[in-house]
Design a protein around this ligand. Structure first.
Ligand SMILES: C[S@@+](CC[C@H](N)C(=O)[O-])C[C@H]1O[C@@H](n2cnc3c(N)ncnc32)[C@H](O)[C@@H]1O
Length: 195
């Protein structure tokens, strides 16, 4: 592993923990799915990691989020490797044709948007289950969950049960949380499909 020229390690957020995983998992030429495009920040980072020969498939239920992401990716010169859909992530199998290396969920609402349009467990559960079937052997799923509001609490409370029920022959799953940051602190789940 190349250790030179890396930014300093700062243990500060669930998104940081997920981003560390993404940087380790993705290789040039991979396909990655961003299941919650939002403002496109994660999508830009992921599209950089797969390089010009890779592909990012992005989804968001809000057309506004898809256009914001499209603009951000275009400004960064990354849009040619991206395919964006205004589609609920529980329907991702319709636009992900083959197993992929990484699928990323950053739950919650669109920052700066309508907080009523947030992810909900009913859909999130279907989407996470669909994502698990779309991973290559060795492929990884990350989910950042944000308790502290009703829908986020429900997701955070239900995700451990879904993941804990997976057979260890099929998936290894890690649940990361900050022990001293209070009950509403974001949490990160990482699942890897076994070979
Ligand atoms: C926290 S934001 C994502 C932030 C984003 N990854 C970024 O880097 O800016 C969560 C996003 O999930 C989207 N969302 C909510 N329900 C969804 C669903 N059923 N399918 C796809 N996206 C959904 C929201 O519209 C919102 O944009």
């Amino acid at each position: 592993m190349e250790l030179q020229n890396q930014p300093p390690y700062e243990l500060r957020s669930a998104r940081f923990l997920a981003a560390e995983v993404h940087a380790r998992v993705l290789r040039p030429g991979d396909t990655v799915v961003d299941a919650t495009l939002g403002n496109g920040h994660d999508a830009c980072r992921l599209a950089e990691l797969v390089g010009p020969t890779g592909r990012l498939i992005g989804l968001d239920i809000q057309p506004e989020a898809v256009s914001r992401s499209r603009e951000r990716l275009a400004e960064a010169g990354l849009i040619d490797r991206c395919e964006l859909h205004a589609l609920s992530h529980d329907r991702m199998a319709e636009v992900v044709p083959e197993p992929v290396r990484l699928i990323v969920f950053n739950l919650g609402w669109l920052p700066g948007g309508d907080k009523r349009v947030t992810t909900h467990w009913e859909t999130t559960e279907r989407a996470v289950r669909a994502a698990l079937t779309l991973l290559q052997p060795g492929g990884v799923l990350t989910v950042c969950a944000y308790p502290g509001h009703a829908a986020g609490d429900e997701e955070r409370n239900a995700l451990p049960g879904l993941f804990a029920a997976l057979r260890p022959q099929d998936f290894n799953v890690l649940h990361q949380r900050f022990l001293n940051a209070g009950p509403g602190a974001p949490e990160c789940f990482v699942a890897q499909r076994q070979g």
